[in-house]
Design a protein around this ligand. Structure first.
Ligand SMILES: NC(=O)c1ccc[n+]([C@@H]2O[C@H](COP(=O)([O-])OP(=O)(O)OC[C@H]3O[C@@H](n4cnc5c(N)ncnc54)[C@H](O)[C@@H]3O)[C@@H](O)[C@H]2O)c1
Length: 276
């Protein structure tokens, strides 16, 4: 019996890199998984792969920018599985052609700002708002949101994206404070750079530059995020709520000069002097 046997989960953006790995992991641990995505064909592929390996999953359409679509997803989940215990709010508009338009504040395009907040922040808030009655009813609900290292550090681009994710961090604290006593835990995962099919194509230079700033030998895999999702969804995390879980290879936990001075440190450890 898995840690999540008998628990029903929704994974938004479940057709994407981190979402599909997490949907698979939740199902492997015994969960019943609703794979929800604006790209229904991708969600259907993930759900059918899970079913093919003996798991329990169904695909559903979701547009996080549309409140009616969010309400329908929760209603359809309850109609199908009769209950809901886990919500993994992972979906965000990560289309490269959209993110490219999200640069500096002085040049900010209002359409980009508003759409980013509509999907990433309002979409996450509405997923929580509409799933709370079922999560409270379950007596043991777990909400896992997704932000980003971009929400914790300043950068030269993706200002709207970063601010929308910082709002998700704060939203997490408020949900944890308001519904913890009713049995609902709420945490947020802040992933470091986890190359997916999408980001490998869209950001090869960024991936290369960022790798040396992570404290671990390699960047993360989608499965590293999935492992944290499964933990936070399970009773192993029954005393964990209101936390920003940085699953990021330590990239937000060291000064930038650590990467620049690494060679000097290695030489020092090998018996040299620390230098001037
Ligand atoms: N991969 C990383 O390095 C990384 C780093 C930090 C944060 N994140 C965050 O992790 C999450 C997953 O990212 P990913 O790398 O797997 O991206 P991805 O592009 O592979 O997946 C995102 C999914 O969200 C879906 N989506 C987009 N708009 C939607 C909408 N309006 N309604 C419903 N679904 C929608 C997409 O169709 C896609 O399947 C995102 O919230 C992202 O911001 C990722």
């Amino acid at each position: 019996m898995g840690r999540l046997t008998g628990r029903t989960a929704i994974v938004t953006g479940g057709g994407g890199g981190l979402g599909s790995a997490s949907a698979r992991r939740l199902a492997e641990e015994g969960g019943q998984v609703v794979v929800a995505d604006i790209l229904l064909d991708r969600a259907q592929k993930v759900a059918s792969e899970i079913r093919a390996t003996g798991g329990d999953a169904i695909a559903m359409y979701l547009d996080l920018g549309d409140p009616d679509s969010i309400r329908k997803l929760i209603d359809d989940t309850l109609a199908h599985y009769g209950k809901l215990e886990i919500v993994f709010n992972n979906g965000a508009d990560t289309r490269p052609e959209f993110l490219e338009r999200d640069a500096g504040i002085r040049e900010m395009d209002m359409e980009v700002w508003d759409h980013t907040f509509q999907v990433n922040t309002r979409g996450t808030m509405l997923m929580i708002k509409h799933s709370l009655p079922a999560l409270i009813k379950s007596g043991d609900g777990a909400i896992i949101n997704t932000s980003s290292g971009a929400s914790l550090l300043g950068d030269l681009a993706r200002s709207a994206y970063a601010a929308s994710k910082a709002a998700v961090n704060t939203l997490t604290l408020y949900v944890a404070a308001q519904y913890g006593k009713q049995g609902v835990r709420c945490n947020v995962i802040s992933p470091g750079m986890v190359p997916t099919e999408t980001s490998r194509k869209s950001q090869p230079e960024l991936i290369k530059a960022v790798t040396r700033h992570h404290l671990t030998p390699d960047l993360g895999d989608p499965e590293d995020i999935a492992a944290m999702v499964a933990f936070l969804a399970s009773s192993d995390a029954r005393f964990v709520t209101g936390q920003i879980m940085r699953v990021d290879g330590g990239v937000t936990k060291a000064f930038a000069h650590v990467a620049d001075n690494r060679d000097q440190f290695e030489a020092y450890v090998a018996g040299g002097s620390w230098g001037e």
